[in-house]
Design a protein around this ligand. Structure first.
Ligand SMILES: *Cc1c(COP(=O)(O)O)cnc(C)c1O
Length: 404
């Protein structure tokens, strides 16, 4: 069976983990702090805080910005449930909007229509690794009339004076927009280092802070760091120093810090990301695109355009003029040929909990259309050329069997 996305773990990463295990320090400590520094250097943002997941990072930022009951947060209908669940955790309302018709990302035009005086945050999602239209979104939140609608209710919101743009970049670490990397494209960006993501620490995530003046990103980092560990004024490492046992608790914080074991994996993964992972992913995706472009039924995903360059996370192929049922039949046939594929994503309005909350997929026609014709193909470092060819053959054969 060709797997869908096994992780790329080098022997050097295994050695680094063992080194950490033997060091006597396995929770948040020097390796996590070094990983944060390297991430900041890579992305070019102002300051980075590691977390135990992207989900925890997104929620921590919503809480930091004071998002609460009766507030609205605009998100795409086409994303993983984490993007919406964190909004619900805060008691606020996820306002779902439809996607574009060419790529899978949130439509800026529909964001604009969804903004009200209750909107506090927009969470664009860089689906498949392709950055959302940040220039347009950043411009939109800075628009005079839209700023006038904004109703600041706390110190953070007053300081920003507009809607916060919080990027869900779970897919797009290393992607570029106008030659700038994700993490450096908007106010705050959250990455996921979950096992299936491009760069993995097993479980993990990071908050890339990039807030404009007059925010002090260093100070915000410090306060978020404390909030990610119970609101404890000193972490375990600081407490372990002579005469430093005493600490205070200054918030009812979360428990969402990254461990040095996870950071060890991240440090080695990051070291080889640009020289091994991105180039190999690009090769595989280029093979897919070159092969499928010969077929009239193929609607190829956007990999690059004049502004944007993907992180080659997912290859989201759409098949023209098929029903959801036919798509499912195609997937079944592909699996029968020992190839794992996937669907990204089952739209939020189709999931039980959001249906129950009153969301209806009929209000998101582009989301449904894309979902119903979509199949994600395997893309990962260790997928050989031979297996890539096998995937292509299985996909072509299955599609042609169903549509003809
Ligand atoms: C994976 C994913 C997340 C959640 O990441 P975790 O690190 O598992 O919390 C959030 N958003 C999207 C779009 C994802 O694909």
């Amino acid at each position: 069976m060709i797997q869908f996305s096994p992780p790329h773990i080098k022997q050097e990463a295994v050695d680094e983990v063992i080194n950490t295990l033997k060091s006597g320090w396995i929770t948040t400590g020097p390796k996590t702090k070094l990983f944060e520094k390297k991430l900041t250097e890579y992305c070019g943002n102002k300051k980075t805080l590691c977390m135990n997941s992207a989900t925890a990072g997104l929620e921590l930022i919503l809480r930091w910005f004071g998002v609460k009951k009766d507030d609205e947060v605009i998100i795409p209908a086409y994303t993983y449930c984490a993007t919406a669940n964190v909004v619900v955790h805060c008691g606020a309302k996820p306002v779902m909007v439809d996607i574009n018709d060419n790529d899978f990302n949130i439509s800026v035009e529909k964001i604009q229509k969804a903004i009200t005086e209750k909107t506090k945050v927009i969470i664009p999602v860089d689906i498949a690794g392709l950055p959302a239209c940040y220039n347009e979104i950043n411009k939109l939140v800075d628009n005079k009339n839209i700023k006038k609608l904004f109703n600041p209710e706390n110190e953070q919101q007053k300081k920003l004076g507009r809607i916060l743009v919080l990027s869900d970049a779970a897919h797009s670490f290393g992607a570029e927009y106008k030659n700038k990397k994700t993490g450096n494209l908007t106010d705050i960006t959250v990455f996921s280092f979950h096992a299936v993501k491009n760069l993995t620490t097993g479980e993990g995530g990071a908050i890339a802070l990039n807030l404009p003046e007059p925010f002090d990103n260093e100070l915000i980092y410090k306060s978020l760091n404390i909030k990610s560990l119970h609101g404890q004024s000193k972490d375990a490492l600081a407490k372990s120093k002579i005469g430093s046992w005493q600490y205070d608790v200054i918030y009812t914080g979360f428990k969402a810090n990254m461990t040095d074991i996870n950071a060890s994996l991240g440090l080695v993964a990051l070291k080889y990301y640009d020289t091994e992972d991105l180039p190999r992913r690009k090769e595989i995706i280029t093979k897919y695109t070159n092969s499928f472009s010969k077929y009239k039924w193929a609607e190829l995903p956007v990999i690059k355009d004049c502004n944007r360059q993907t992180s080659y996370h997912l290859y989201m192929l759409r098949i023209k003029n098929i029903s959801e049922k036919q798509r499912n039949e195609i997937i079944q046939k592909i699996f029968e040929q020992a190839v794992s594929v996937n669907v990204h994503f089952q739209p939020l309005p189709m999931l039980s909990i959001y249906k129950k909350k009153g969301y209806n997929i009929e209000n998101y026609p582009f989301t449904y259309d894309s979902y119903s014709r979509e199949i994600s193909l395997p893309v990962y470092y260790n997928l050989s050329d031979k297996d890539t060819k096998k995937v292509i053959e299985a996909v072509v054969k299955s599609i042609e069997a169903v549509i003809n």
